[in-house]
Design a protein around this ligand. Structure first.
Ligand code: DLL
Length: 438
């Protein structure tokens, strides 16, 4: 089965697409220049005006933007519309204290649901499906974004949100779920837990899985497909750019099609900022072409992938990027939530009684990510009662949970037992196997 939601755009001619992209790019640049002082100021200091961008190639004259710009403009500094025209706010996952805030106008919500509809249909969903969304709801973009797309195609949506695996399986069986959405690691966890909880996955109605928000290999896909008796496709997105709906696999599962009529995609060398040739890995950079509330110009995602313009057997014209396995920075994704080691360090440094030595240990146990923070406690703690130490441990766990949005396990260790590090990356031991293989 190979269905396409929007033939008009997904299969349009490349020349026509480029023409549309240029028209939309020029409109977006004018919009951002006139309405966002951040862009106006930066381009003015380079003596650039939107009218200097006469071709798609001219885009490279413009400066990049990045997550830091969002943090510095917190909360609404990058918005191009006043709040009364903004209908929805989301934030990037993780970073509770200073998240990146994104806003959507009525038009943006309409665009977003269109893009997520394409994602759902490309993965095999259709109007008769019952879709159980096990992405997190709330501030994160996954749940609401995909819900709008699935409703747009006419599917029946169950906003189950994440967690409570027994209930997920119960719903799947009783409500006859045919499409499951969530992080791939949670899908695998559900698959592993099912027999233990008395469910036979082969007896359920599941047919399709739409998974993303974290790296996963093709081996993991095979495993999920085999256990769940479904076809699973990869969906990619970044909150700052729109959320899910940027790119998606089709039935061929050979790279993710970028919704190029709404986003320009570049792959750059993360060191030099120069474009890398097609097929070579570099950092994914996106420019929005239709967003109103929050236009993003040359946004550096930190995600590494390569790009291919080879025609795809599915008939879509959109370029494909390879699956994303790694990043340019040290961001960790724990159960779909983005976590920076600096956030952990900042919390630990605030708490009295902790030595500046800690180690972050990430592993995958029963398909679920586990985050452990090992901390040396000051020697004066040790003679004290165990109760006091346990209270202290709980306090640190709670503070980290508040900041990160995921609860880590905190292990208190004796002074001078954690190796002394020379570089930041050595502080993180990540034994999950996601990288390298396709
Ligand atoms: O994870 C949006 C999303 C929700 C995408 C649901 C797909 C499905 P953020 O929380 O801002 O947004 O995290 C974005 O997650 O820069 C990647 O590092 C990673 N990521 C997202 N999708 C994939 C994927 C959502 N399919 C960050 N493969 C991105 C690998 C992914 N990494």
């Amino acid at each position: 089965m190979n269905e396409i939601w929007n033939h008009e755009y997904e299969t349009m001619g490349r020349d026509e697409l480029r023409e549309l992209q240029l028209k939309r790019l020029q409109m977006t640049l004018r919009w951002a220049y006139e309405n966002v002082p951040f862009h106006h100021g930066r381009w003015s200091s380079l003596k650039l005006k939107p009218s200097d961008i006469r071709s798609l190639d001219d885009l490279k004259k413009l400066p990049f933007s990045q997550k830091r710009d969002f943090r510095e403009a917190y909360p609404y500094g990058l918005f191009a519309l006043p709040l009364e025209k903004v209908l929805r706010i989301h934030t990037s996952s993780g970073t509770m204290s200073n998240p990146t805030v994104v806003g959507y106008s009525r038009g943006d919500l309409n665009t977003w649901s269109e893009l997520c509809a394409r994602v759902a249909v490309a993965g095999g969903a259709h109007s008769h499906d019952v879709a159980q969304i096990a992405f997190g709801y709330g501030l994160m973009t996954g749940g609401f974004g995909m819900q709008a797309g699935l409703e747009r195609i006419g599917a029946t949506v169950i906003p189950a949100s994440t967690g409570n695996t027994h209930r997920q399986l119960h719903i799947m069986k009783d409500f006859k779920t045919t499409v499951l959405l969530g992080t791939p690691s949670y899908a695998l966890y559900i698959a592993e837990a099912a027999p233990r909880l008395g469910y036979r996955l082969e007896d359920l109605d599941l047919r399709v899985g739409l998974f993303g928000s974290e790296p996963w290999t093709n081996q993991m896909r095979d495993e999920i497909e085999r256990r769940m008796h479904i076809s699973a496709t990869d969906i990619y997105g970044v909150s700052e750019v729109i959320g899910p709906g940027i790119s998606y696999e089709c039935w061929n599962k050979d790279g993710l099609h970028v919704n190029e009529d709404h986003f320009l995609v570049e792959v750059i060398d993360p060191q030099t900022g120069e474009a890398v040739p097609d097929g070579k890995e570099g950092e994914l950079v996106f420019t929005s072409l239709t967003k109103e509330a929050l236009p993003v110009i040359r946004y550096r995602t930190g995600d590494l992938a390569s790009l291919s313009y080879r025609p795809c057997a599915c008939g879509r014209v959109f370029a494909r990027h390879s699956k994303v396995y790694s990043r340019t920075d040290d961001m960790l994704i724990i159960r779909g939530v983005n976590v920076y080691p600096e956030q952990i360090e900042a919390v630990l440094m605030e708490i009295e009684g902790i030595e500046p030595h800690y180690q972050i240990v990430v592993s995958r146990e029963n398909a679920l990510d586990e985050l452990e923070v090992q901390i040396e406690v000051e020697p004066e703690f040790l003679p004290d009662a165990v109760k006091k130490l346990m209270r202290f441990q709980e306090h640190v766990e709670e503070r980290l949970r508040q900041e990160l949005g995921v609860r880590p396990r905190v292990r208190l260790v004796e002074p001078r037992t954690i190796p002394r590090f020379t570089s930041k990356t050595e502080r993180v031991l990540d034994s999950r196997k996601t990288g390298g293989t396709t």
